[in-house]
Design a protein around this ligand. Structure first.
Ligand code: NAP
Ligand code: SF4
Length: 662
């Protein structure tokens, strides 16, 4: 009997049968914009090989004005069909099914030709949209229906029309954007006219034997967002046109996180369950579902018919295959960091995955067995060392991993202690299992010197980092971030010196964790969309565990260097906890009266009993120096090679690259 009977039960949907209940949710990689359709085909085919029931592509624009940015991939010209056919053929050859997402961005389109219900600019866009006239609305509907017909021609098994996240169709539903009075707005019924017209025309364009999916916004999480009653009315009215509802939560301009690591697992499943009780077509749950166990629980409890996962399938294409093989604990976990996927997308870079650098780069990272098995020593069991050791051993090398501490993990072990980052612990556990499976000999508490390393064919040094000390009177014995995250107890008022990623993490740990889902909902003001527009209520954060100051020397706002899609969440969380974040600080000294600083030439004393040093790091190269002195060669990776802005993403990628090259 499988551990995941519901997850692995096929589902007949429209004219097709899904092999499993896992949908790969829409995830943009950027490969299509580069014109690399062969790589896009490899990326999706790899996920199909891994047993996913249905893949939904990244959003494809139905016309130029609907593209998320100028040049965004789409299917609005007949000549595009051939490119898309490469993808559908590869997925079908791998035994999978694939639907194309049609994404019309409306006022979120980053261009002056963007269109919407009314000429109201979004707070996250510099462009005011053109309010569509009657002919303009008809042109958009026709474009979406034509894109659906072309998707069928390109060999897709269906389309998902994006109706959530504040995109074009969602914009018509809300009086926040739709202030029309001409029959396309004015009442809730009139505001839902556009999605209804679109879906009727899409169905008419593709026929009955083609999957039609609507991604419905179950909580807009913006002021003047939809009430639940209107959402249910929309869903019921859409039912004749659609085969499946997938769930969407939060407009892009919402100030509530919906997929970040700090969002509790399965936080929004309850709303999907409520929709399921209202409609007869299947519904798919989404957001912060990243393990087969949680997915199984959601399906077994009848809260949804399917689960849609996006980022977890970047982290591990074999998510379903491993669940089927009873090896779910071997699944590489998505840690919801957004660092290599969404942050890359927003920076115009190719999306990949922190955990799995091969994602969307399948050809570049293809592994081949070692031509000549070597004896390889890897020194340092942090992210870079573990990634290198596991990759090399999986290719057939005999690897010994030396770790000076009594446990693997390095910086990753510290990250796992930060509230909202517990999934780093899952990642670490996954690496440990992978090392064991690959036969790596792990030596804990083992410092390696020239003599220990002399008999190896190759030596890899991944010795990581040490915290940078601060030359400040009174700070000689001040704890650094490593000591604090390892459990050093501090008093009721603390100044965190250094406001990089680690300073923010330490401040987060110091103000205290939220109390589960209820605490998280209270902090972010997430209520019931039956009772309040968009499901927003007044935020009532729990009081902080202590008073915290977060300081940096740069005169800019602290946190500017944090991830594009997550930085605002960290800043908002600390602000809600009353953390005073100051830039332009000159540190003068620390003593019994507190931390003496100056800002804009004005001296002041922050009344803190403790300070914590989060002032960056320096490479740990003791072993490298000893080997150099002994004339022994080595490869240097991760923080030991370059401490500047080193993070888990770069460390893992460097480890994997060297592991593949040995
Ligand atoms: P960081 O981002 O370089 O920040 C170091 C901080 O220390 C800065 O605020 C810097 O700002 C300050 N500083 C540096 N030298 C100083 C000195 N001599 N005296 C006083 N202050 C000094 O590095 P980090 O916070 O240690 O993080 C390391 C890496 O991990 C980074 O790449 C970071 O992005 C990554 N990380 C990311 C996350 C995340 O959430 N994505 C979380 C943790 C870590 P001033 O010079 O302005 O004072
Ligand atoms: Fe998940 Fe982070 Fe990988 Fe994105 S980069 S898929 S969030 S682990």
């Amino acid at each position: 009997m499988s551990e995941f009977p519901h997850l692995l039960t096929p589902l007949a949907l429209g004219s097709v049968t899904l092999r499993s209940r896992v949908i790969m949710g829409s995830m943009h990689t950027g490969l299509e914009e580069r014109g690399d359709w062969a790589a896009a085909a490899r990326f999706y085919a790899r996920r199909a090989e891994g047993g996913v029931g249905l893949i939904v592509t990244g959003g494809m624009a139905p016309n130029r004005e609907g593209g998320v940015f100028p040049g965004a991939a789409g299917l609005y010209e007949a000549q595009d069909v051939a490119n898309h056919r490469q993808v559908t053929q590869a997925v079908h050859a791998a035994g999978g099914l694939i639907a194309m997402q049609i994404l019309h961005a409306g006022r979120y389109a980053f261009g002056k030709d963007c269109v919407s219900a009314s000429a109201l600019r979004s707070p996250i866009s510099p462009f005011t949209p053109v309010a569509l006239d009657e002919a303009g609305i008809e042109a958009q509907i026709a474009a979406i229906a034509t894109a659906a017909a072309r998707a069928r021609e390109a060999g897709y098994d269906g389309v998902e029309v994006m109706g959530s996240e504040g995109y074009f169709l969602n914009q018509f539903l809300s009086p926040r954007v739709n202030t029309r009075t001409d029959g396309w707005g004015g009442s809730a019924m009139a505001r839902m006219r556009l999605p209804l017209a679109v879906m009727e025309r899409v169905r008419a364009a593709v026929g009955r034997d083609f999957l039609v999916i609507y991604r419905i916004s179950l909580a807009d999480l913006v002021p003047e967002g939809s009430f639940w009653g209107d959402t249910v009315a929309l869903a019921k009215a859409l039912e004749p046109s659609v085969d499946l509802f997938t769930s969407g939560f939060g407009w892009h301009e919402a100030r509530v996180p919906t997929i970040a690591a700090s969002v509790p697992a399965g936080a929004f499943v309850g709303l999907t369950a409520r929709l399921k009780a209202e409609v007869t077509v299947p519904v798919a749950a989404a957001n912060r579902i990243n393990t087969a166990a949680l997915a199984e629980e959601i399906l077994a409890s009848g809260q949804a018919d399917l689960v849609a996962l996006a980022r977890p399938l970047l982290a591990d294409a074999d998510f379903v295959a491993k669940a089927r093989a009873g090896r779910a604990d071997r699944t590489a976990p998505c840690i919801a960091c957004n660092q290599a996927c969404l942050d890359h997308t927003f920076a115009g870079k190719l999306a990949t995955c922190l955990v799995n650098p091969a994602a969307a780069r399948e050809a570049e990272f293809a592994a081949s067995p070692a031509a000549v098995p070597l004896r390889v020593a890897v020194v340092g069991g942090g992210a870079a060392g573990m990634a290198c050791a596991a990759t090399a051993a999986e290719r057939g090398h005999a690897v010994v991993l030396f770790e000076a501490a009594q446990a693997l993990g390095g910086q990753m072990r510290l990250a796992a202690r930060v509230p909202g980052k517990a999934e780093f612990g899952d990642l670490l556990a996954w690496f440990a299992r992978r090392l064991a499976d690959a036969g790596v000999e792990v030596r804990l508490g083992a410092t390696a010197g020239p003599e220990d390393l002399a008999g190896f064919d190759r030596v890899v040094l991944a010795t990581g980092l040490k915290p940078r000390r601060l030359d400040l009177p009174g700070a000689e014995t001040a704890p650094d971030y490593a000591a604090v995250l390892a459990g050093r107890v501090l008093g009721q008022s603390v100044a965190v010196i250094g406001a990089g990623g680690i300073g923010f993490d330490v401040a987060t740990a110091l103000v205290g964790a939220e109390g589960g889902l209820q605490g998280w909902r209270a902090e972010w003001g997430v209520g019931d969309p039956s009772a309040s527009a968009g499901g927003l209520v007044e935020a009532v954060p729990e009081p902080p565990a202590r008073q915290v100051w977060l300081l940096q020397r740069k005169a800019e706002k602290p946190g500017r260097g944090l991830g594009k899609t997550t930085g605002w969440i960290h800043r908002a969380h600390l602000a809600a906890k009353g953390v005073r974040m100051l830039g332009g600080v000159v540190y003068l000294g620390f003593g019994p009266e507190g931390l003496r600083i100056s800002r804009d030439g004005q001296e002041e004393v922050l009344p803190v009993g403790d300070i914590v040093l989060c002032t960056g790091q320096e490479s740990e190269r003791t072993v490298a120096q000893a080997l150099t002195a002994a004339g022994q060669g080595f490869d240097l990776i991760g923080g030991a090679a370059d401490a500047y802005q080193i993070d888990a993403q770069r460390a893992i990628e460097e480890g994997v690259r060297l592991g593949l090259a040995l």
